[in-house]
Design a protein around this ligand. Structure first.
Ligand code: DX5
Ligand code: ZN
Length: 219
């Protein structure tokens, strides 16, 4: 699966930019609050407006403090998947239950320096694990290959039936780095600059998917 991130889109033309990502499996929307991360992007009113103009399932990545309070609104608005940060969540198990009860898939994200093991039990309540492969906050950063150990760990846990999550990666994914991520066992690849800086975003999406599928054996 390929999930283009609109962080690299033209914010003055977001509806057109959604229409441009032909073939996207999810559209990844980065919500930043200038507290959990240094950057500030958009919030629920913009997400609600975007949901009205697209049928692409929306993947909301909340890089915010106090997701226990704010995440539910994105699920109630109709986001397909709502991901919160493990480092910011107060009661992540309750949060996952609330997100699912509101009709969304629940995602848990870990920053590059956050280990996976302490979160494995919590992840039994989640649908998606988002492994950050850059420090959250900005698009266009370089991929951090060290996080692939966590991807491999997660892949093993899923393949052996200990976890039932979609493994997603976010940050620095392009036609070079996607091979490494696919080899490690990623299911869903977020790509911001690699899609939106391309002349033809739709072509960039299918090129990324082809590369990943070649390695994951058509997965
Ligand atoms: C970074 C965001 C990413 C970002 C990825 O904090 O979470 O989703 O848009 O952008 P690229 O693909 O350019 O690294
Ligand atoms: Zn993101």
């Amino acid at each position: 699966m390929i999930a283009p991130s609109i962080l690299s889109a033209d914010f003055a033309r977001l509806a057109d930019e959604l229409a441009a990502i032909v073939g996207a499996d999810w559209v990844h929307v980065d919500v930043m609050d200038a507290h959990f991360v240094p950057n500030l992007t958009l919030g629920l009113p913009v997400v609600e407006a975007l949901l009205k103009v697209t049928d692409i399932p929306m993947d909301c990545h909340l890089m915010i403090d106090d997701p226990d309070r704010w995440a539910i609104g994105y699920a109630e608005a109709g986001a397909h998947n709502v991901t919160v940060h493990a480092e910011a969540a107060g009661d992540p198990v309750k949060l996952a239950k609330d997100l699912r009860a509101a009709g969304a898939k629940a995602g848990l994200s870990i920053k590059p320096g956050t280990p996976l093991e302490p979160w494995v039990d919590v992840l039994k309540h989640y649908d998606t694990l988002l492994v950050m492969s850059v420090e959250p906050g900005f698009g266009g950063q370089s991929f951090i290959p060290e996080v692939l150990d966590k991807v491999r760990q997660a892949r093993r846990l899923v393949d052996t039936g200990h976890l039932n999550v979609l493994v997603e990666i976010d940050g620095g994914i392009n036609s070079d780095t996607i091979d490494l991520a696919a080899e490690a066992g990623v299911d869903c690849f977020v790509a911001g600059s690699a899609v939106y800086n391309a002349d033809d975003p739709g072509k960039a999406i299918s090129a990324l998917r082809d590369r990943a599928a070649r390695i994951r054996g058509g997965a």
